[in-house]
Design a protein around this ligand. Structure first.
Ligand code: 2HA
Ligand code: ZN
Length: 274
């Protein structure tokens, strides 16, 4: 099978373009990774031309030998759909989970996303927590969530509760809540460790004054999660722009009733009295 015709590659390209069309990827902002299934890697391996092994910058032993499709460092989401072979790459990890090599893509040179340590550490946490079900990690520069990180306290409790209140579907779409990482230097191991700690509990982590990470089983669920959180943030920004307080909202008891009927568990730490 031709690499670019494979369904998982097409799904990856479509998701990158959807994110671009949402306005979440100015210049080279944001990055996307997908943990490739063994049969998918097998189906395109005729086109592999492995490069040099290089250090990941962190260690992900549980991911040894896995393949990932990832966006390239400095590459633009805007270009993924027109020149995927220049914008994205497939990488293979060595058995120790310390090194990677490019096996396809980035034909004009370059490296995987600068946030590779965060992507891989999040993948490792999610793979272990879900018995392998989660395969997608997505980082986007979502303007409304970023705006809120300047005016809301940077706690998991406040962000989760405020975003839950803005749209009834939210507690059903992200029942475990949202984690918040205070401002940190991006690109390195420290922010990767902080983010992957939060990913043990949540599917969404906000990076203050920077953007968001979302994790999920497939492209639809992960894009949909990012979209839902950002839309809820947009409603909150609109509401706060009209007036600083609410005349009415969804109450803690309303959330408990919703949880019962929709068969989700909502942690009580988010249902505090205000
Ligand atoms: O430029 O989004 O966090 C890519 C990024 C870095
Ligand atoms: Zn970023």
């Amino acid at each position: 099978m031709k690499f670019l015709d494979a369904e998982f590659v097409q799904g990856f390209i479509r998701m990158a373009n959807d994110g671009w069309e949402q306005g979440w990827h100015e210049r080279n902002g944001g990055n996307l990774s997908y943990r490739v299934k063994p049969q998918e890697a097998e189906s395109v391996k005729e086109e592999f031309y492995p490069g040099e092994w290089r250090p990941i910058g962190t260690t992900v032993p549980a991911l040894g030998g896995e393949y990932f499709l990832v966006t390239g460092s400095g590459k633009y989401f805007r270009n993924v759909i027109i020149k995927p072979e220049d914008s994205i790459c497939m990488i293979e990890l060595d058995e120790s989970g310390e090194n990677y090599r490019i096996v396809w893509g980035l034909v004009n040179g370059g490296k995987p996303t600068s946030e590779l340590p965060s992507h891989l550490m999040n993948h490792e946490v999610k793979m272990l927590a879900t018995g392998g079900a989660y395969r997608v990690i997505y980082h986007a520069h979502t303007a409304n969530v970023i705006a809120l990180t300047f005016v809301l306290p940077l706690t998991d409790e406040v962000f989760t509760r405020e975003l839950w209140e803005m749209a009834t579907e939210c507690p059903v779409v992200f029942p475990s809540g949202i984690g918040v990482v205070p401002w940190m230097v991006p690109g390195g191991r420290d922010i990767a460790v902080a983010t992957s700690e939060l990913m043990k509990e949540y599917d969404v982590a906000i990076w203050a004054h920077h953007g968001m990470f979302a994790a999920g089983e497939d492209f639809d669920l992960t894009f949909g999660l990012m979209h839902t959180v950002e839309k809820s943030a947009e409603i909150l920004v609109k509401m706060l722009s009209m007036r600083p307080d609410k005349l009415q909202t969804i109450s803690p008891q309303d959330f408990r009733d919703l949880a019962r009927d929709f068969k989700v568990t909502l942690p009580e730490k988010f249902l505090y009295e205000k």
